[in-house]
Design a protein around this ligand. Structure first.
Ligand SMILES: NC(=O)c1ccc[n+]([C@@H]2O[C@H](COP(=O)([O-])OP(=O)(O)OC[C@H]3O[C@@H](n4cnc5c(N)ncnc54)[C@H](O)[C@@H]3O)[C@@H](O)[C@H]2O)c1
Ligand SMILES: O=C(O)C(=O)C[C@]1(C(=O)O)C=C[C@@H](O)C=C1
Length: 367
């Protein structure tokens, strides 16, 4: 498809959506707006967008597709800000927010007749934020929830799916209420639990500093999502308050039931509690690709002398290999330090490894 696509919010999701659209529709012109100008600049340098919009009012007039990819309270605010603007004929507005009821209510109320708004929510992501974490394959094989209201023509829903074809996601249509209930159970509430487990560990750490040092795979697995963006999750909890209050009540009942198993020392009930959970968890569909975007990291053992970083980045620049992040890991006792280089793709990391091993004798490690 040809046309102008405006992404408002150039972070993990907005960036990944932009990459997926451009991959499928190379003739589309990707325009990006972000309140953080540096994020927009990074998006352009990473070729996630073709052009930066420094104010979305102008870009909206020419946009065929507008994707709102901001925290959900900001999405509401933007909908209010754009409701009086003029849109291109047959333009489609969609969002990617993790909640739907409030956003769709807002959109329907605000947008004048004739402008199509279709709520959207890709059920894939990461605890990471920012356009540097954006990946073209992020949504592959994931479910992509759409919540069109009844007045939206089927042809417009099909057109949005065509725009989003490059996500390789599986589209499913839900009502905003169904969406918020389901995602409350499998996403929003689990994020609260993850954060609560970290708070609990933090409290016990005051008693014994070994708590965080001994935290192993189990704790790290279940609390990975506690590293997610606090602004995003604040907004989600505020938006999905009613569903979450019900889930708190159910959870408290659940905890008192498990507590009673333990208090009674009822081994059969305890065993069955874990066995039934294992059976359900093992039965969850496995997603083959598009998993959590991880930086493709390369570690380089470098001698600890001034200029070593520019030496390494100079070689990479010479070979036109772009990095998304560079970090110095605390220097070990001996003379060597470790540079951690992050790349957009596995291919870039491989090229960088070959480049560094060609120009230097520094050891490199892929992780
Ligand atoms: N992170 C996930 O796993 C995930 C998955 C699915 C959906 N979502 C939803 O996607 C949306 C974006 O999340 P993300 O993970 O990409 O967050 P992010 O923090 O990576 O990106 C959000 C971007 O929006 C920008 N922004 C904030 N307010 C803005 C405004 N008023 N105007 C323009 N830009 C603004 C921020 O500067 C940031 O660059 C959220 O609504 C979230 O609920 C997130
Ligand atoms: O993969 C992760 O880290 C996520 O938390 C992604 C996740 C989730 O699984 O809850 C988070 C928010 C979204 O709205 C959709 C997906």
């Amino acid at each position: 498809m040809k046309g102008n696509v405006l992404i408002i919010g150039l972070g993990l999701i907005g960036g990944s959506i932009a990459l997926a659209i451009k991959k499928e529709h190379p003739e589309a012109w990707m325009i990006g707006y972000d309140v953080k100008e540096e994020e927009a600049e990074l998006a352009r340098s990473l070729k996630v967008i073709d052009e930066i919009a420094y104010s979305f009012e102008e870009a909206i007039k020419e946009a065929d597709l507008i994707v709102l990819a901001t925290p959900v309270m900001q999405t509401e605010k933007i909908l209010a800000e754009i409701s009086h603007l003029h849109f291109k004929e047959n333009a489609i507005i969609t969002d990617v927010g993790s909640t739907k009821q409030k956003i769709v209510e807002y959109a329907v109320k605000l947008l004048k007749q004739g402008v199509t708004f279709i709520g959207g929510h890709p059920m894939a992501g990461s605890h990471k934020s920012g356009v540097a974490a954006a990946r073209v394959h992020l949504f592959e094989n994931a479910f992509y929830i759409l919540t069109p209201t009844e007045d939206v023509q089927a042809a417009q829903v099909d057109k949005l799916k065509e725009w989003l074809k490059g996500t390789k996601a599986r589209f499913v249509v839900l009502s905003p209420k169904e969406h918020d209930r389901i995602t409350g159970v499998i996403s929003h509430f689990p994020h609260i639990i993850a954060a609560s487990l970290v708070h609990q560990a933090q409290r016990y750490e005051r008693e014994n500093e070994l708590v965080s040092q001994l935290a192993a795979g189990g704790f790290r697995d279940i609390t990975r999502i506690a590293s997610s963006n606090p602004e995003m999750w604040r907004d989600i909890l505020l938006h999905n308050k009613e569903e979450l209050l019900q889930l708190f009540d159910v959870w408290l009942q659940e905890m008192s039931i498990v507590r009673s198993f333990v208090e009674k020392g009822n081994s059969e009930q305890i065993y069955n509690y874990f066995a039934e959970a294992k059976q359900f968890r093992d039965g969850l569909p496995i997603r083959t690709k598009g998993a959590i975007p991880s930086f493709y990291d390369l570690y380089v053992d470098v001698p600890d002398y001034p200029g070593v970083i520019s030496e390494i980045t100079g070689y990479l620049a010479k070979e036109r290999i772009s990095i998304t992040n560079i970090r110095i890991i605390e220097t070990r006792e001996e003379i060597y330090g470790v540079l951690r280089l992050s790349f957009q793709t596995e291919e870039d990391r491989t090229k960088a490894k070959q480049c560094i091993e060609t120009y230097t004798t520094y050891k490199t490690y892929e992780v």
